[in-house]
Write a protein that binds this ligand. Structure first.
Ligand code: PGA
Length: 253
């Protein structure tokens, strides 16, 4: 069975000293045994990547960026390339997070450019998808997600799916304290797996889908026991050492 995945998305939080303190606290409390069944990935803001990278060096915990641009280099003020992230020791990047879609105006087609470029460069991708509340209430969850996948993965080859995992993050659950019902999330995860396996002509076992949206130490057990929830993407609760440690331990059971 593939390892579960716990992704800590620190968003736009923490100064370097704070990020190092939190990372050191996690490193010193997580044993090799805790990591036997779980991949832990930390996504700090760009400014903390190097410091967090040094702190997790040789621990088995992996470094992730929260965004990337789709060109190698050039006149793109404020953007960061895949090579720059690899140079800092990142092995992962989050692409398509709803905050980038909704606040920064990222489209499915921009997300597709980022995914294609990252995979080509050897960065592994956490591809976020999910519906807004008005789409959910109109019964459009699956059609929204299918469109995000269809456009987002346009041009991706089946073999490249090994370097990509999905994060189903219903927008209404992110930072709201409201979590999707575990069985509802599980059924969306299964639909995602079926859709991707049909589209790429591959086995559903190859496709891994994490759940994100108000994951906490208090709800991790009920989420992770669902058969199609392969891990979690944690925002707010990952800024608290004790909560993150509990989520990592529970995910490995
Ligand atoms: P949350 O964020 O856990 O604070 O809801 C999840 C995410 O946006 O990745």
């Amino acid at each position: 069975m593939p390892k579960r995945v716990v992704i800590a998305n620190w968003k736009m939080n923490l100064l370097r000293a704070e990020a190092v303190e939190l990372t050191s606290g996690i490193v010193s409390n997580i044993s090799a045994r805790d990591l036997e069944n779980v991949n832990v990935i930390i996504a700090p803001p760009y400014t903390c990547l190097e410091a967090v990278g040094s702190t997790i060096n040789n621990t088995g915990i992996e470094l992730c960026a929260q965004n990337v641009f789709w060109e190698d280099s050039g006149a793109y003020t404020g953007e960061i390339s895949a090579d720059m992230l690899l140079d800092l020791g990142c092995s992962w990047v989050i692409i398509g997070h709803s905050e980038r879609r909704n606040i920064l105006g990222e489209t499915n087609s921009m997300i597709n450019d980022k995914i294609l470029f990252s995979l080509k460069k050897g960065l592994r991708v956490i591809f976020c998808i999910g519906e807004r509340i008005e789409e959910k209430t109109r019964g459009r969850t699956l059609s929204v997600i299918k469109k995000q996948i269809e456009i987002g993965l346009n041009g991706v080859k089946t073999a490249q799916l090994d370097n990509l995992i999905f994060a189903y993050e219903p927008v209404w659950a992110i930072g709201s304290g409201i979590t999707a019902e575990p069985q509802d999330a599980d059924s969306v995860h299964l639909s995602i797996k079926q859709f991707v396996s049909d589209r790429f002509n591959c086995n559903t076992e190859k496709i891994r889908v994490m759940y994100g949206g108000s994951v906490k130490s208090g709800n991790i057990d009920s989420l992770i026991k669902e058969p199609n929830i392969d891990g979690v993407l944690v925002g707010g609760a990952s800024l608290d050492k004790e909560s993150l440690i509990r989520i990592i331990r529970s995910s490995g059971v």
